[in-house]
Design a protein around this ligand. Sequence first.
Ligand code: SF4
Length: 149
Amino acid sequence: MDFDKLLKKKSVLSPWLFRINAGSCNGCDVELATTALIPRYDVERLGCHYTGSPRQADVVLITGPLTRRIRDKVLRVWEEIPQPKITVAVGLCPISGGVFREGYAIDGPLDKYIPVDVNVPGCPPRPQAIMEAVVLARQLWLKKLGVEE
Ligand code: SF4
């Protein structure tokens, strides 16, 4: 295999992760931070990297119950992520509203507006569960790309 093909294959196997806070209490975001900062749960061991740009992202992890105030911004940023993308709902809030369910300021659940590929239940979910979700998201993303490992 020539070098360009090898580079393309290797870079395609390493999805960029992007995080959106859709009005969370920050509990889930703290657990997400452990997957970026603490070697024990480091997503880079899985070949994944966090990015600050939605245009570069492949997998998006969304926390929070989707408040009315932030809904349009979340949808706009989500649209900026190129296809094929994988959406992961992190925590009970984006899945069902969690403790904020039926609150006047809540417009979730997330799948009312965005197709969710992977759910990570928990309030907040443990880092191990987030790591499992990233592994699954990566597999789904490679499947969408038609790439075999
Ligand atoms: S699921 Fe729990 S920890 Fe996560 S944002 Fe909602 S209330 Fe906070």
